[in-house]
Ligand binder design. Structure first.
Ligand code: AP5
Ligand code: MG
Length: 217
C-alpha cells in the first residue's frame, strides 16, 4: 500500500499518517519529521534546512528528493509506505515519478486532506509536537494523556518553532502557490481522492480507509 498524503500545513497529515501506519503496518515517511530530526542533531542537512523551515519556506527540491529517493528504496518500504509532506512541488512529483519508474513501481492513491485556512490557523496555535517520535497532539482536540508529555515515548512536548502565527501565514501562502498545483497534477493522473479534513479525527480516518479500500477494489 503506497499512499501520498497531500494537504495544507496543519491539515492533519501527520495525525492520519500515524493511524494509517498502525492500520496498514507500513512506514510513515514525513519529510518534515526527517528534517526536524536533522535540525535537532545539527547535521549538515539540518543546518541548511533550518533557515527555510523557520521562515515557513520550502527547502530546495534537490535536498528532499535525494532524501526520499534513498528512503523509499530501503527494504522496509517494499510492502508500502505513507508519504506525508512529499511531494510538495511539481518538480518533486516529477522526480518521484522518475524514481518509481526506475524501480518499476507506483503509488496506489493520493489523498488530499482539505481544511479551510481559518481552521488551519486555529489548529496550529494549539498543536503540541514530540520532536523525538513525531507524534502530534492538540491541546483541545487531541490532548496527550499527561499534559505536556508524549503518550508514545514520554518526551516533553513543544510548540514547533514554525507554528508562530506569522510563519503559519507564510506556510499557507507557500502551500497555495507551490503545493496546491499537485491537486491538478494527480487529478489528471486519476490518482486523487479528496477527504473532508474538517471532521473529527476518527471520522477522517474512517473516510480515508474507505477511500483506500474502494480504490483498491
Ligand atoms: P511539515 O512538517 O510537513 O509541515 P506541514 O506540511 O506544514 O504540515 P504540518 O506537519 O504542520 O501539519 P499536518 O498536516 O501534519 O497536521 P497535524 O497532523 O500535525 O513541514 C515543515 C516544513 O519542512 C515545511 O514548512 C518546509 O519548510 C519543510 N519541508 C517538509 N517537507 C518538504 C518538502 N517535501 N519540500 C520542501 N520543504 C519541505 O495536525 C495539526 C494539528 O491539528 C494538530 O494539533 C492535530 O492534533 C490537530 N488535528 C489534526 N486533525 C484534526 C481534526 N480532524 N480535527 C481537529 N484537530 C485536528
Ligand atoms: Mg506533519
Amino acid at each position: 500500500m503506497k499512499i501520498i498524503l497531500l494537504g495544507g500545513p496543519g491539515a492533519g497529515k501527520g495525525t492520519q499518517a500515524k493511524l494509517l501506519k498502525e492500520h496498514y503496518n507500513v512506514p510513515h515517511i514525513s519529510t518534515g519529521d526527517i528534517l526536524r530530526a536533522n535540525i535537532k542533531q545539527n547535521t549538515e542537512l539540518g543546518i541548511e534546512a533550518k533557515n527555510y523551515i523557520d521562515q515557513g519556506l520550502l527547502v530546495p527540491d534537490e535536498l528532499v528528493v535525494h532524501l526520499i529517493e534513498n528512503r523509499i528504496t530501503e527494504d522496509d518500504c517494499k510492502k508500502g509506505y505513507i508519504l506525508d509532506g512529499f511531494p510538495r512541488t511539481i518538480p518533486q512529483a516529477e522526480a518521484l515519478d522518475k524514481v518509481l519508474e526506475s524501480i518499476n513501481d507506483q503509488i496506489d492513491i493520493v489523498l488530499n486532506i482539505e481544511v479551510s485556512d481559518d481552521s488551519i490557523v486555529k489548529r496550529m496555535s494549539g498543536r503540541r509536537a514530540c520532536l523525538k517520535c513525531g507524534a502530534t497532539y492538540h491541546i483541545d482536540n487531541n490532548p496527550p494523556k499527561v499534559e505536556g508529555i508524549c503518550d508514545v515515548c514520554g518526551t516533553e512536548l513543544v510548540l514547533r518553532d514554525d507554528d508562530k502565527p506569522e510563519t503559519v501565514a507564510n506556510r499557507l501562502r507557500v502551500y497555495h502557490e507551490e503545493t496546491k498545483p499537485l491537486i491538478d497534477y494527480y487529478t489528471n493522473k486519476n490518482m486523487l481522492v479528496t477527504i473532508d479534513g474538517s471532521r473529527p479525527i476518527d471520522d477522517v480516518t474512517h473516510d480515508i480507509i474507505s477511500s483506500i479500500e474502494r480504490g483498491l477494489n
